[in-house]
Write a protein that binds this ligand. Structure first.
Ligand SMILES: Nc1ncnc2c1ncn2[C@@H]1O[C@H](COP(=O)(O)OP(=O)(O)OP(=O)(O)O)[C@@H](O)[C@H]1O
Ligand SMILES: [Mg+2]
Length: 245
């Protein structure tokens, strides 16, 4: 029996944004827009699988990831990781949210050292070297991140997410904006990690290559969830979706 590692129940996230007033009345009584980014979503993720969240822009992929990792609080519903609340399980998760969590005015090495210290990793020097060798950016470790190519930044962001050897890796668009060769390399690394992985993407190729299951997301809902045998049908449905928001 497959072991459930993440259980998402009835998850919902609403964003309320105020609109710019266009009249005096609206200045005093501002209008709001409510966006339901994640809508009554249920999903189980199993140990060792790679699950892809595929969907068009604005579908709710990043919001879902932020909810799973506890960066955002849900409006309602819950996520359990190995049966516990997210707050108790943050250490077993590694998150790569684009290049958001790396500092450009530090070297790659100092970035990784900073995060290694947060996780109280004793032998951080050998961990940093090990990861930079694994992800092939060792030669750039002592250069400033602001001079890195996008590909090297991605490798560093992935290493940062993996610094504390987390059981679960969550990757938001890990190859966004990268050329074919670098994307291929990064995908190769992800494929060999042997962890439970959730990744978002809007590249079909990436989803097919990496994932055991793909959840097709649109308007905050999972509209289809398939294993490899039915990827073709799911991708057909994906190609028929337009940009939603
Ligand atoms: N902080 C926020 N405040 C208001 N609305 C938000 C916020 N974050 C996301 N949204 C809205 O929630 C919806 C889902 O956004 P989200 O970023 O999760 O989509 P996505 O699937 O990751 O899209 P993309 O492929 O463009 O990254 C969108 O309509 C977006 O405008
Ligand atoms: Mg996103």
């Amino acid at each position: 029996m497959d072991e459930k590692i993440i259980e998402i129940k009835n998850l919902r996230k609403e964003f309320k944004t105020s609109l710019n007033p266009v009249s005096l009345i609206e200045f005093f009584f501002p209008k709001h827009r409510t966006t339901i980014a994640v809508d009554s979503l249920n999903l189980d993720i199993f140990k060792g699988e790679t699950l892809g969240l595929l969907g068009p822009n604005g579908a709710g992929k990043t919001t879902l990831i932020k909810l799973i990792t506890g960066i955002l609080y849900p409006t309602s519903g819950e996520t359990k990781i190995k049966g516990k609340q997210i707050e108790e399980q943050k250490k077993i998760i590694g998150l790569m949210l684009g290049y958001d969590m790396i500092y450009y005015r530090m070297t790659g090495y100092d970035n990784l050292k900073y995060f290694a210290r947060i996780y109280k990793i004793k032998d951080f020097d050998s961990r940093i070297k090990e990861l930079s060798e694994l992800l092939e950016f060792k030669d750039y470790l002592f250069e400033y991140v602001e001079n890195y190519s996008l590909g090297t930044k991605s490798k560093l962001a992935l290493a940062r997410a993996m610094i504390h050897a987390p059981e679960i890796l969550i990757l938001d668009e890990p190859t966004l904006g990268l050329d074919i060769n670098v994307s291929e390399k990064i995908r190769g690394h992800i494929q060999n990690l042997g962890k439970t992985i959730i990744l978002t993407t809007h590249y079909e190729k990436e989803a097919i290559e990496l994932c055991d299951r793909i959840a097709l997301i649109n308007n905050g809902k999972i509209i289809r969830l398939e294993k490899k045998e039915k990827f073709n049908e799911l991708l057909k449905e994906f190609s028929e979706l337009g940009e939603t928001k």
